[in-house]
Design a protein around this ligand. Structure first.
Ligand code: GLC
Length: 742
């Protein structure tokens, strides 16, 4: 990076700290500088002598996973009162979707399509995490995720760059507040930079091969948006990206992040990801790993000790320039100043709101309500009414499990704060309805079907059965990938047996990923997809089941019919031989001895229809909506004009409800092929029964830009299509032209 651009970017981010940082740097020894670049794991509420000594000697810049506030304050006291220069510590923790009040998993929150829900959830998480001295969270995770086999899709914001960018920046804002040094604000972290979600075969930590054009047009935009939103830190991915592991990838970490994007925040490795450069076979040993990571510009090493062990010798050998180290340490010190840690490194919990307070729980309930997606509702089985049912069977391994409903990445959440679905249903119906409960299966994976007959008997004698199935929390999240994404264990067998009773069945599915639901769909009346809904999942789902709230969630990720369709996403390329309903032939419909070319030649699978089970953006309501009167302010725009798109959105059902109107475009011809649809705007609209509102969106040339064949960000003149509707199958369409920029 040239000195000028670096100085410029520092001026942009921290003009008022450059002087104090440079003055402090000038006093630091090499050992103290390297100490700042090291993040070590806490000791679970204790401070062993060697830990205290290392802090006292300035050999540690950050502690991760210490959540005992007394211990954190003592660590800060040692660092600031007993070390030579008194530099405070960054205290990091994975506060991914709540600290003590647990919100729906990020993929669930993404289904709300609500930046406000996301920001509020992150704000509450930051306030609660601050009570124990955490000042840095490793979130938002903004890896574009298009493979539901991958366990970490649970902590992502889905498959779409625009939705992920919008919601990711809302999460940054929630965590960081207006200023990092305000009470309750914590530094956030854009992770995992970059391309991690494309891990081959949906296996975690696996190879990632993404052509640069695809990387720039799909996987990088949410990170660029986070950088522009002022995210305080970035985290390097574990992935071997196109043969160069991200944690040693100078093109990614320096050329893109620092030079192109002019980002000057702290860049931390992932856990041991620097040491793992040798495991990848990218470096010979720890010393070379440290060299490659420092050269790439990874400012801080999480967990592994390669920086501590080898940086001084690398500097002494002239392989690393101390000026480069100074730049890295400056970014770390700057964040500590921005957080106000030099003024006050200590935590006074009494100055912060109580954790798990009523307002926080109500916010978590609202988030869960907006996150649930109604996928099916045959015969309008939902909403239920206590007026016309006398008995209700609540069945399944996830009906009354306050731990499992929290989902993955819940280091600090506690089951005791959860309200389960069974509890909430009983509370809701009171004495009006007889509630019969049967767990039916010990857990979601068991093959033990001994309890199923009792559950079936309960369903048979009940007016309706509400079934709670899906995945336990452990079946998604980091390193928890699945090659088969059907309901695990004997849950399908349970559904099949319940269906034989003829009792209407409502399936509430809790999972950390899209599941393949073809066999579920044909056996149940309604499906409410709740992801893992968090502490308040019970009351939220009860309100939705009984119509006190109306489902409004929309899928942030495509649901495939079969795992064999993966990767399957709405923004696919058109290809040269696209398939259509007219051209598609299913294997079962092929005549005997059909001639080889008789089936037509198009991009499809013989054994599975080419469409998804449920498309991106899909979600039903208890009402229905119509989109009409699509109008454009012009048939063409140039690079300086704005196109206004309006349409009439009408609630043609009989209950008030929210609808998330979506705007998609297609660039029909590009210097590189373009997706058949791209989400560009969305808006949550509340409509009373029968009410109609004009929905309006604006687009300009900037919204039409993409990285072209020469990797330049451009909008290319030509014809575009646009659609407005309630999901990515939107059909209300119009054309417009972007004129050449003369
Ligand atoms: C993990 C994850 C990362 C997390 C970090 C600290 O391995 O990849 O997302 O923030 O280590 O727990």
């Amino acid at each position: 990076m040239s000195a000028v651009s670096c100085a410029k970017s520092k001026q942009q981010h921290s003009a008022n700290y450059d002087l104090v940082v440079s003055q402090l740097l000038a006093q630091m020894t090499i050992s103290e500088k390297i100490g700042q670049m090291s993040q070590v794991n806490g000791a679970e509420g204790s401070i062993p002598d060697d830990f205290a000594a290392a802090i006292r000697d300035g050999k540690i810049g950050s502690v991760i996973n210490e959540v005992d506030v007394t211990t954190v304050n003592e660590l800060q006291r040692i660092a600031t009162k007993e070390s030579r220069l008194g530099i405070p510590l960054l205290i990091g923790r994975d506060v991914i979707h709540g600290f003590k009040t647990i919100f729906p998993i990020p993929l669930g929150q993404a289904a709300s399509w609500s930046p406000d829900v996301i920001e509020q959830g992150a704000r509450i998480a930051a306030l609660e995490a601050s009570t124990v001295g955490i000042n840095w969270t490793f979130a938002p995770m903004i890896d574009i995720s298009r493979d539901p086999r991958w366990g970490r899709i649970a902590e992502s914001l889905g498959e779409d760059p625009y939705l992920c960018s919008t919601l990711g920046t809302a999460m940054v804002k929630g965590f960081q507040g207006n200023k990092l040094n305000e009470l309750g604000s914590i530094a956030s972290c854009a992770k995992h930079f970059a391309g991690y979600g494309a891990s081959e075969s949906g296996r975690d930590y696996h190879t990632v091969n993404i052509p640069e054009n695809e990387l720039r047009n799909v996987y990088l935009p949410p990170f660029k948006a986070a950088a522009e939103a002022g995210v305080a830190t970035f985290m390097a991915a574990f992935s071997d990206l196109n043969g160069v592991p991200a944690s040693g990838n100078k093109w990614l970490m320096n050329d893109i992040l620092r030079d192109e994007w002019d980002y000057n925040g702290l860049l931390v490795s992932d856990w041991d990801s620097i040491k793992q450069l040798s495991t990848h076979g990218f470096t010979e040993d720890d010393k070379q790993a440290a060299l490659m990571a420092i050269d790439a510009g990874i400012d801080m090493e999480m967990a592994s000790p390669t920086y501590r062990d080898h940086s001084e010798s690398l500097i002494a050998e002239g392989k690393i320039d101390i000026a480069h180290i100074d730049q890295m340490v400056a970014r770390i010190l700057t964040l500590k100043y921005q957080l106000g840690l030099f003024e006050n490194p200590y935590t006074c919990a009494e100055q912060l709101p109580n954790i798990v307070n009523e307002q926080h729980l109500n916010s978590a309930k609202d988030a869960a309500i907006k996150s649930c997606v109604l996928l099916q509702n045959h015969n309008n089985t939902l909403p239920l009414s206590t007026a016309n049912i006398n008995s209700l069977a609540v069945i399944g391994p996830l009906a009354d499990d306050g731990y499992e409903q929290l989902g993955t990445w819940v280091f600090d959440g506690e089951e005791q704060h959860s309200q389960t679905c069974l509890q909430a249903i009983k509370k809701h119906v009171g004495d009006d309805v007889l509630v019969n409960y049967a767990k039916a299966l010990d857990n979601t994976r068991t093959d033990n079907i001994e309890q199923i007959n009792d559950a079936v008997a309960l369903a048979a004698k009940s007016d309706v059965a509400v079934l709670f199935v899906g995945e336990e929390a452990i079946l998604s999240g980091e390193a928890h990938c699945r090659s088969n994404i059907d309901l695990p264990g004997k849950q399908q067998y349970l559904i099949d047996e319940l269906a034989k009773t003829g009792t209407p069945i409502i399936a509430v599915i809790m999972a950390g990923r899209p599941l393949t639901l073809a066999k579920v769909i044909e056996k149940v009346d309604s499906i409410l997809y709740a992801w893992h809904p968090g502490s308040m999942g019970g009351p939220a789902i009860a309100d939705l089941l009984f119509g006190n709230a109306v489902p409004s969630g929309k899928l942030p990720v495509t649901f495939p019919r079969t795992v064999g369709q993966i990767p399957l996403y709405y923004a696919q390329k058109h290809g040269g031989r696209p398939v259509s309903d007219d051209s598609y032939v299913h294997m079962n419909d092929i005549p005997m001895r059909a001639p080889q070319t008789s089936l037509g030649m198009s991009a499809s699978h013989l054994d599975t229809h080419f469409t998804p089970q449920f498309p991106f953006g899909f979600g039903l309501s208890y009402s229905k909506f119509s989109y009409t009167d699509l109008e454009l302010s012009a048939a063409e725009i140039n690079f300086n004009q704005t196109l206004t798109i309006t349409c009439q959105l009408t609630n043609i059902g009989d209950v008030a409800s929210d609808e998330i109107a979506q705007l998609y475009i297609r660039d029909l011809v590009g210097s590189v092929t373009r997706p058949v649809k791209e989400l560009k705007r969305f808006k949550r609209v509340h409509l009373l029964a029968g009410e109609s509102k004009q929905v309006s969106f604006e687009l300009c040339a900037q919204d039409l830009t993409f990285y072209d064949r020469d990797m330049k960000l451009n909008a290319e003149p030509g014809k575009f299509q646009l659609w407005v509707g309630g999901d990515s199958n939107a059909s209300l369409c119009a054309d417009f032209h972007l004129l050449a920029n003369n």
